[in-house]
Design a protein around this ligand. Structure first.
Ligand SMILES: Cc1cc2nc3c(=O)[nH]c(=O)nc-3n(C[C@H](O)[C@H](O)[C@H](O)COP(=O)(O)O)c2cc1C
Length: 161
């Protein structure tokens, strides 16, 4: 079974989780990079990013290689922005037809909104099997041991569904 991890990360949380999962899953991994991203760190990120997410904007992405047809399992990782997925994920989903795949969803957030984010992703991913979901609260600030344990368990279920 071939696995692709596809993710967007503004400030490294989703990236950290995606990279840890890659080690367990021996997966290919693609980081989506908008050509013009919002500035990280600065408080204005909430205004620009929140607006972009709420309006369902689809920012143009740097070229990426993701031959969806080559994979059986797709892991999609996103930070929660205004209770939904990040706009770069929206671009990816509109550029790629994903059907009949086993999908695992990963969300990082600051404390809320992952359920709505998962619901919106599931809506977009109709025609696939959503096999698992996992969320983390700003994992770069959390306990590594607990995070590693949760990731290990989640990946075990992906490898032996
Ligand atoms: C534009 C924007 C909107 C956000 N909206 C939410 C939100 O609705 N709920 C929440 O819990 N966290 C929210 N956050 C916090 C991020 O989801 C959280 O810090 C996440 O771990 C960041 O992941 P990243 O480092 O991979 O970008 C928001 C962050 C940004 C930049």
């Amino acid at each position: 079974m071939k696995t692709l991890i596809i993710y967007y990360s503004l400030e490294g949380n989703t990236e950290m989780i995606a990279n840890k999962m890659r080690e367990h899953l021996q997966a290919d991994i693609v980081r989506l990079m908008p050509k013009k991203d919002i500035p990280a760190g600065n408080i204005k990120k909430y205004i620009w990013g929140g607006k972009s997410a709420l309006f369902g904007e689809k920012p143009e992405l740097e070229p990426y290689e993701a031959k969806i047809e080559d994979y059986d399992i797709i892991v999609i990782g996103t930070p929660v922005w205004a209770s939904t997925y990040a706009p770069a994920i929206g671009t990816f989903l509109s550029e790629n037809k994903i059907q009949g795949k086993d999908i695992y969803l990963v969300a990082c957030h600051g404390g809320g909104g992952s359920d709505k984010c998962f619901n919106k992703l599931e809506e977009k991913l109709q025609g696939n099997q959503i096999k698992g979901k996992i969320e983390f609260v700003d994992p770069t600030k959390g306990s590594n041991m607990e995070i590693n344990e949760r990731i290990k368990e989640f990946c075990k279920n992906i490898l032996n569904p």
